[in-house]
Write a protein that binds this ligand. Structure first.
Ligand code: ATP
Length: 487
């Protein structure tokens, strides 16, 4: 196993051991590519969601939210193209019966070439794949797989089927009647709940183009997956924003959102060299421009967020299928003609980020195994999660040194003062060093210890997670210090 694979496995184990992520229905041996979030995981996930929501809606006067249902009228997915086109090219190995997504199979082979020092060969292979995917040339892709001796990881053979398309949508039945007409889909993206509500939102919130609609929520895809933990799930959560603009201005807004979204990531304190843009070569026929923000996960650079310039495709399709007008009337005056811009279907820039992938990104960038020499020459170590303070599950741990002498009472008073403002954790048990280590492992940025000196001069020891530095501060300053750090 490479160092990076080891790190990924260590993060997965840590996530389970410390109550971040569990396999779904674990007592029944789990359900493939479905996961549950534990006590600290659900806090971290909520904090990421809230942070995104605040930066989109509270900090942009021209973006409002919706919370649309997961079930939608089935025609939605006809109009959006998902019924006919939401499929991935797949190939099966006839010996192992294992099914692969063609791009994943080729990318995994390219990774092996890179590990073997053949980076040029890997690049040529990936370039050829992009070209063939762009042309939907499945015979060519199969040939590429055979020519490059790509083998199945299980059977080790090259005994491949032809490449076929598989739709990724889950379907189910609405009501008790089981005829075809009642088939509905679990939404594969949240975006369509925004498009179908475009005019409801525009009118009721009295929005003027340019404006955006944000939404967070569950999405479902019947993915073909290989051990990727929460990177690729069958049930996951998206945070999407559709920004409606006047046709002709989409180029500048695409650039704006590309920069704004990268800035959002960097403001969390994650180094710039961990990120890169990947501009799409293969564009959907309606798309003008599209890119991914990729992060350097332990398994390499992978997409965490997509930014897409989608023209008026979605609104036009819904207009066509629903026969309801999706026009917006723009009474701003066009300087060139001296007349109002008038009626049009707005163009759309979409920003779409996976909440679970962002969670994994935070865990991967935060996780560190540290070792250092103590004064007596022996070695000490810890596992620490350097989670940005505003996203950390617990912000402050309040730890009375002893369970007696009035120390718990003082600690409880501080707890009562702080707990309505941010998430605090109280613990009396165990040696203080062990208590610090447990908080490091779940990413708590601040611990305060109440000791006998506190009774004399009202000072406490505050310990900083990242530096492990400790200092004494007045107990009345603790709340403010934490509030400043998470603002
Ligand atoms: P990929 O190429 O990885 O399958 P995609 O390009 O199909 O992703 P989009 O449809 O653009 O993804 O979805 C937007 C975001 O939703 C992605 O950037 C990703 O963060 C998240 N996402 C998509 N599919 C999944 C999944 N199966 N599990 C977790 N997150 C996902």
């Amino acid at each position: 196993m490479s160092i990076q694979e080891n790190k990924f496995q260590a993060i997965i184990s840590h996530a389970k051991e410390y109550g971040f992520v569990f396999q779904s229905s674990e007592i029944y041996d789990g359900l493939s590519a479905v996961y549950d979030y534990g006590p600290y995981g659900s806090e971290l996930k909520k904090n990421i969601r809230d942070h995104w929501w605040k930066s989109m809606t509270q900090l942009h006067e021209n973006i409002v939210g919706v919370d649309a249902a997961i079930f939608m009228h089935p025609t939605t997915w006809k109009a959006s193209g998902h019924v006919d086109n939401f499929s991935d090219p797949m190939i099966d190995n006839k010996d192992s019966k294992k099914r692969y997504r063609v791009d994943h199979l080729i990318e995994a082979h390219a990774d092996k070439l890179i590990e073997g020092g053949k980076a040029d060969e890997a690049k040529a292979l990936l370039d050829a794949m992009e070209q063939l995917l762009g042309k939907d040339d499945y015979a060519g892709l199969k040939q590429l797989i055979e020519d490059n001796n790509v083998v199945c990881t299980i059977s080790g053979t090259k005994n491949w089927t032809d490449i076929r398309q598989f739709n990724l949508m889950f379907d189910t039945k609405l009501g008790s009647v089981t005829d075809e007409a009642d088939t509905i889909y679990l939404r594969p993206e949240t975006a369509q709940g925004i498009f179908v509500n475009f005019l409801n939102v525009q009118k009721t919130a009295r929005m003027k183009v340019p404006f955006g609609i944000a939404q967070t929520g569950k999405a479902f895809r019947n993915e073909i997956v290989a051990r990727q933990f929460i990177f690729r799930m069958r049930e996951f959560e998206q945070m999407e924003m559709q920004f409606f603009v006047r046709p002709g201005t989409e180029g500048e807004w695409y650039k704006y959102w590309k920069e704004a979204r990268l800035k959002w990531h960097l403001e969390l304190g994650i180094p710039q060299d961990k990120y890169r843009f990947h501009d799409h070569v293969k564009l959907a026929f309606y798309a003008k421009e599209a890119c991914d923000i990729e992060f350097d996960f332990p398994m390499g650079f992978k997409e965490v967020e997509g930014i897409h310039s989608r023209t008026d495709h979605d609104l036009s399709q819904h207009q066509k299928f629903s026969k309801k007008k999706m026009n917006y009337f723009d009474n701003d005056v066009d300087e060139a003609t001296g007349k109002p811009y008038g009626n049009y279907i707005p163009y759309v820039i979409e920003t779409s980020i996976g909440l679970d992938r962002m969670f994994l990104l935070i865990m991967c960038s935060a996780y560190e195994e540290e070792k250092w020499a103590k004064e007596d020459g022996s070695e000490d170590s810890r596992v620490v999660l350097h989670i940005p303070a505003k996203l950390a599950p617990n912000k402050l741990a309040i730890l009375p040194l002893l369970k007696k002498d009035g120390l718990p009472e003082i600690a409880r008073e501080l707890m009562n003062e702080c707990k309505s403002q941010f998430k605090c954790f109280y613990e009396e048990k165990d040696a203080i060093g062990r208590r610090y280590r447990r908080q490091d492992a779940i990413g708590t940025p601040f611990c305060v210890t109440i000791d006998h000196q506190t009774k004399e001069d009202q000072t406490v020891t505050i310990r900083y997670r990242d530096s492990m530095a400790q200092e004494r501060i007045h107990i009345s300053k603790v709340k403010e210090l934490v509030l400043n750090a998470i603002a």
